[in-house]
Design a protein around this ligand. Structure first.
Ligand SMILES: [Zn+2]
Ligand SMILES: [Zn+2]
Ligand SMILES: [Zn+2]
Length: 135
């Protein structure tokens, strides 16, 4: 809640303009939807099943409410959670990537400070250590 460093790391203004970024698969390093992220470093266990269908195969954790829901290749419950509640970003329990449904893009959790606590917690659960700092 005490909004810590809501960064002044602008510098992306130059992106507006002509659409030459076809094939853009890089994770975004900023996202305008992160005010909904709860950055308490608490995560459900990795073996938590999807809260709706109970599937274990490819789950994501909602970064707004910490609910565990399955991905688009299973039953898409994380997507329907976004549509229903407007919680835009989720962290993959499979590969720790962060997806923003509102941006329709991956987010770089190692760069975006709001995502760091959850990413570190997930990394620590998976590998036993916090994520290495990438400079
Ligand atoms: Zn499900
Ligand atoms: Zn949620
Ligand atoms: Zn976003």
């Amino acid at each position: 809640m005490a909004g810590s460093t809501s960064g002044s790391q602008g510098g992306l203004e130059a992106l507006s303009g002509c659409g030459e970024d076809s094939g853009w698969v890089e994770a975004r390093t900023s996202c305008p939807h992160l005010d909904r992220v709860c950055n308490a470093p608490l995560l459900p266990r990795f073996d938590a099943p999807c809260a709706i269908c109970g599937d274990h195969r490819e789950n994501w954790v909602c970064l707004s409410c910490r609910k565990v829901l399955c991905g688009r290749f299973i039953n898409g419950h994380m997507l329907s959670h976004f549509q229903e509640f407007g919680h835009p970003s989720a962290l993959s329990y499979r590969d720790l990537s962060v997806w923003c449904f509102a941006c329709d893009s991956y987010l770089d959790a190692q760069v975006i400070s709001e995502l760091r606590p959850a990413f570190d917690a997930a990394h620590a659960m998976k590998f036993g250590t916090p994520a290495p700092l990438r400079c």
